[in-house]
Design a protein around this ligand. Structure first.
Ligand code: F6P
Length: 347
C-alpha cells in the first residue's frame, strides 16, 4: 500500500510510566517525519485529549531521548469513559484537533480505551504495548519489563550477600499487579529460594515447609520473592481502599505481612525490601531501547498503511500486528511451566 504522506499523527502515553516510553516516541517521530508526516504529542495520556493539551514533536525534541526514562509527554491514569461529560469533551476535542491517526502507548487500561474508541467511535487508532508488568496479551513482551527485571535481579543479588552474612530471611516484594512476571523472572535470575505469584496461590504452611527443608539442608539464609498481588493463605486479606479511575486497587504491603508471619512461625530473623517504583524509574536497558524502537517504527508503519484497530506485538522475535480488541480482552498470566521451572530451585 502506498503511504498517504502528510498525516497529523497524535501520540499519547497512559498509565504507569516505564523505561522505553521516550524511545517509542522518538521512533514514531523519526519514522513519521521520514514519511512527510507530523507528530502531535498529547500530554498526560487521555487527560490531554479531554483538555486538548498538546505539543508538537519534532526531530529536535526527541534527540537523545532513546536513553531517557519516564515519558516526555507525561502520563496519567485518566479514564475518559468514567463520566459522560469527560467522554463528550474527548470526542469534541478529537474533532477540533483534526488528527489523522492516534498512537496510544500503554498497558491494559490505556489500550482498552483505545480499543473502545476504535470499535465504538471508529477512531483511527494503533496501540503499542508498554508496562513493566508484562501482562498485555497477544505479545510475548512489553517494553519496560526487561529493565524492571534487571533492577529487581540486581537487588536480589545484593540481598543474597547480606542475607548470607546474617543468616536471615530476606523477603523481596516486587510489582506486577495481578501477574507474577517480574517475580518469576527476577526470582529465577537471582536464584530465589521461594517465589510467590498470583497465578499460583500458596500458603504460609507451604512457604514455611520450603524454608524448613532448606534449613535442614544446612542453609540458614533464604531469599523469598513475593509479587505484590500474590495470594497466600494464612495471611490477612489486606485490601487497599485506594483505587484508580479504572477501578484498580493500589497494591503493596504483602511483603511486610509475610515476613512478620514467617518470622513468628520459623523463628528465623526476617527483613523486607519493597522495591516499589525503583523498578519503573531510570534508563531503559539496551534490550528495551531496541524493542521500544521496533514497536515505534512498526506502529508508525501501521498508521501510514491505515491499518487501524491494531497493536504492534512481539511474536517469535518478529514484530507483527494483532487486533487491539483481542489484546485487551484478557491479561497474560505466567504459564505454569515457567513457574514449575523456578520451583526446581526452591528450598
Ligand atoms: O502497572 C504498573 C505498576 O507499576 C504496577 O506494577 C503497580 O501495581 C502499579 O503500576 C503502581 O501504580 P502507581 O504508580 O499508581 O503507584
Amino acid at each position: 500500500m502506498s503511504d498517504p504522506a502528510g498525516l497529523r499523527v497524535g501520540v499519547l502515553t497512559g498509565g504507569g510510566d516505564c523505561p522505553g516510553l521516550n524511545a517509542v516516541i522518538r521512533a514514531i517521530v523519526r519514522d513519521s517525519e521520514r514519511r512527510g508526516s507530523r507528530v502531535v504529542g498529547i500530554r498526560e495520556g487521555w487527560r490531554g485529549l479531554v483538555e486538548a493539551d498538546t505539543r508538537s514533536l519534532s526531530r529536535d525534541d526527541v534527540s537523545g531521548m532513546i536513553r531517557e526514562g519516564g515519558t516526555m509527554l507525561l502520563t496519567s491514569r485518566t479514564n475518559p469513559f468514567r463520566a459522560p461529560k469527560t467522554l463528550e469533551r474527548l470526542l469534541e476535542n478529537w474533532e477540533r484537533l483534526a488528527l489523522d491517526a492516534l498512537i496510544a502507548i500503554g498497558g491494559e487500561d490505556t489500550l482498552g480505551v483505545a480499543a473502545r474508541l476504535h470499535s465504538e467511535y471508529g477512531w483511527p487508532v494503533v496501540g503499542v504495548p508498554k508496562t513493566i508488568d508484562n501482562d498485555v496479551a497477544c505479545t510475548e513482551l512489553t517494553f519496560g519489563f526487561d529493565t524492571a527485571v534487571s533492577i529487581a535481579t540486581e537487588a536480589i543479588d545484593r540481598l543474597q550477600t547480606t542475607a548470607g552474612s546474617h543468616q536471615r530471611l530476606m523477603v523481596v516484594e516486587v510489582m506486577g499487579r495481578h501477574t507474577g512476571w517480574i517475580a518469576t523472572w527476577a526470582g529465577l535470575a537471582g536464584g530465589a529460594d521461594v517465589i510467590c505469584i498470583p497465578e499460583r496461590p500458596t500458603s504460609v504452611d507451604e512457604i514455611c515447609e520450603r524454608l524448613e527443608q532448606r534449613r535442614r539442608a544446612g542453609r540458614g539464609f533464604a531469599i523469598l520473592v513475593v509479587a505484590e498481588g500474590a495470594h497466600i493463605r494464612g495471611l490477612g486479606e489486606a485490601r487497599s481502599a485506594r483505587t484508580d479511575e479504572f477501578g484498580h486497587e493500589l497494591l503493596g504491603g504483602v511483603g511486610h505481612e509475610l515476613a512478620r508471619t514467617v518470622e513468628r512461625r520459623t523463628g528465623v530473623e526476617a527483613r523486607v525490601t519493597v522495591l516499589g517504583h525503583i523498578q519503573r524509574g531510570g534508563t531503559p536497558t539496551a534490550f528495551d531501547r531496541v524493542l521500544a524502537t521496533r514497536y515505534g517504527v512498526y506502529a508508525s508503519g501501521l498508521v501510514h498503511e491505515a491499518a487501524f484497530g491494531q497493536m504492534a506485538a512481539l511474536k517469535a522475535g518478529t514484530i507483527v500486528s494483532v487486533s487491539l480488541e483481542e489484546a485487551v480482552a484478557e491479561t497474560k498470566a505466567v504459564p505454569l511451566e515457567l513457574y514449575e521451572l523456578s520451583e526446581v530451585f526452591f528450598g
